[in-house]
Design a protein around this ligand. Structure first.
Ligand code: DGL
Length: 260
């Protein structure tokens, strides 16, 4: 199985691309819904939570590769978790960085994400390590609940999104990284808040390609049998399924509750 770790439903926007690209692969998605959101918590707490989820996944399921399907978890836990296991562990910040550097012409890149992610400065650091670009960041804490509420096209969502994005527009960014997996469903509101020439970077498809490449390199591809998808949550499986199916664009048949 391919394992995915996230605080909640956001990583389903990543899983959706993986399922589209790799329909033969079975997955197990761990959502720490009992302790989400992570994006307002400290580095120490996020690392501890992520570690527990990761270890639970590896102990209980035959996982051959793990995707940290959350920017916040990728930022705080990837370096530690990848060294704990023999199997490949993928994070989602690297693919976003590479895509943004490919897209930008002016070298003025905006990043939006959770408070913890933006305060960590991880995107700033990783972009500047690779290129001499200017990075402008903005945390957007209200976008996550709007996204989970399914308010993708409500007037209020457009107004709030515009307010968050305005400082980045003032800085004349030409590329915007969606540094939170909850944001892709808000693409219309984001598009409306940005000048037409600004490219929006969502790493989900690139992450799916990384998974495919890694499986091929290590000869880990699934045989052509029926794939199954299991969801493991630490609270409220009903809400996870109701909200998550919108993100996933598919039905969830197996949602299992475990204690956090
Ligand atoms: N969607 C997650 C991310 O990509 C954050 C959600 C949360 O705050 O738990 O960073």
């Amino acid at each position: 199985m391919i394992g995915l770790v996230d605080s909640g439903v956001g990583g389903l926007t990543i899983q959706r691309e993986i399922l589209d690209l790799l329909p033969n692969e079975s997955t197990v998605y761990f959502a720490d819904t009992g302790r989400a959101p992570y994006g307002s918590k400290s580095e120490k707490t996020i690392l501890r939570y992520a570690k527990e989820c990761f270890q639970f996944l590896l102990k209980n399921y035959p996982v051959k590769l793990v995707v940290l399907a959350c920017h916040t978890v990728s930022a705080f836990a990837y370096e530690q978790l990848k060294d704990e296991v023999e199997i490949p562990v993928l994070e989602i910040i690297g693919p976003s960085v590479n895509l943004a550097l490919r897209e930008t012409r002016s070298g003025r890149i905006g990043v939006i994400g959770t408070e913890s992610l933006i305060n960590s400065g991880v995107y700033q650091k990783r972009l500047k390590e690779k290129s001499d670009v200017e990075v402008f960041s903005q945390s957007c804490p209200l976008l996550m609940p709007l996204s989970e509420e399914g308010w993708f096209r409500e007037a209020e969502t457009y107004t709030i999104t515009r307010k968050y994005i305005a400082p980045l527009v003032d800085e004349e960014i030409d590329t915007l990284i969606l540094g939170c997996t909850h944001y892709p469903p808000l693409i219309d509101a984001l598009r409306a808040a940005l000048p037409d020439y600004v490219k929006i970077v969502n790493p989900a498809a690139a992450v799916a390609e990384d998974v495919a490449r890694m499986l091929q390199e290590r000869s880990l591809q699934a045989p052509g049998v029926q794939a199954s998808h299991l969801y493991v949550v630490t609270d409220n499986p009903e809400r996870f399924k109701r909200v998550g199916e919108r993100y996933l664009g598919r039905s969830m048949y197996y949602v299992r509750l475990v204690s956090s």
